[in-house]
Design a protein around this ligand. Structure first.
Ligand SMILES: NC(=O)c1ccc[n+]([C@@H]2O[C@H](COP(=O)([O-])OP(=O)(O)OC[C@H]3O[C@@H](n4cnc5c(N)ncnc54)[C@H](O)[C@@H]3O)[C@@H](O)[C@H]2O)c1
Length: 297
């Protein structure tokens, strides 16, 4: 029985994960090393609940109940001591995640399930730092968490069957659709998405077509809601590059080698939406999609 959930990391994904658990009636502790991130997460959750309220998808009571289920905690031991499930959504850095899981193994109650929201780090590797690899699993939510239906559930080499079953049922309780996959580089989502994004960047780099043409072909021709270059900007070009490197290193296959244009853009701090420029330029308050001056003829 899962009742108490602790979410480690109060960033983009952490606040969304806390939101959906709290809304589904779970008691949620959000833990972050940066105190300002905790308050920011609560502000974001409140703003997103207000949006749901305005749309009529929740009531004022549900908003209040959701907020009442959330506590902000600075101290890791305090934040996880009663946890039935911990979902780690801290920064995507292997050394950091291994350190966090080492701590969680010492601090969390014996039966607690340790899940990670990592986009690309091996679940088996994370599990191996703990003395309970059978209780470690990937629970890969998509951004924005309250909106996106999928949870990609990743079985590590040693994940116990009952742990997977619990997480599948839990994802359904959150109103999500779980899909269970095995632990190989990129899992399924990024193994298929990132080569497509990389190929779109190669097409631009080789002059096959411009930014708008590439995105329009994929939007209108394949019924994708967003073109691959716009999607790459949204995910973050630095994130795309690091996932491609995981695929390239993990499989040793040159087909995953990141396009030199992507590498250059990341070196030039052009990360997409979060830095204000990638394949498009982003201005605060404007929803207009403007191709970056670097790619205009
Ligand atoms: N952003 C996405 O679209 C997306 C999608 C799916 C999965 N993910 C994965 O989710 C995880 C989080 O990504 P994000 O985009 O929310 O990152 P983010 O940078 O927005 O947030 C990370 C948070 O982790 C906190 N943190 C760092 N070290 C910590 C520690 N030791 N203890 C507690 N908190 C700590 C940071 O202060 C920050 O608030 C990553 O593993 C990422 O790969 C991201």
């Amino acid at each position: 029985m899962i009742k108490n959930v602790s979410v480690i990391g109060a960033g983009t994904m952490g606040n969304g994960i806390a939101h959906v658990f709290a809304q589904a009636g779970f008691t949620v502790n959000i833990i972050d090393v940066t105190p300002t991130q905790l308050q920011r997460a609560l502000d974001t959750i409140t703003k997103n609940l207000d949006r749901q309220l305005a749309k009529g998808s929740i009531t004022e009571e549900q908003k209040k109940a959701t907020l009442a289920n959330i506590s902000l905690v600075k101290d890791l031991p305090e934040g996880v001591k009663n946890a039935d499930l911990i979902v780690e959504a801290a920064t995507e850095n292997v050394t950091l995640k291994l350190e966090i899981f080492k701590q969680l193994d010492l601090l969390a109650p014996a039966g607690c399930i340790l899940a990670t929201n990592t986009s690309s780090i091996s679940i088996t590797r994370i599990a191996s730092i703990t003395k309970r690899p059978g209780n470690v699993i990937g629970m890969h939510f998509m951004n924005p968490v309250p909106v996106m239906k999928l949870v990609e559930i990743i079985n590590g080499y040693a994940t116990k069957k009952e742990v997977t079953e619990t997480i599948v049922e839990l994802s359904k309780q959150l109103g999500k659709i779980p899909c269970t996959v095995n632990d190989y580089p990129g899992f399924i989502a990024n193994r298929i998405l990132m080569p497509m994004i990389n190929e779109a960047i190669y097409s631009l780099y080789e002059g096959v077509a411009g930014v708008e043409e590439i995105d329009t072909v994929m939007k209108l021709g394949m019924a994708h809601p967003m073109g691959p270059l716009q999607l790459a900007d949204f995910i973050g070009l630095d994130v795309c590059l690091s996932i491609l490197r995981v695929l390239h290193d993990g499989f040793g296959n040159p087909k995953y080698a990141p396009c030199p244009l992507l590498v250059n853009m990341v070196m030039a701090d052009k990360f997409g939406v979060k830095s204000g420029e990638g394949f498009y330029t982003y201005t605060a308050g404007s929803k207009e999609l403007v191709v970056s001056s670097s790619f205009k003829n």
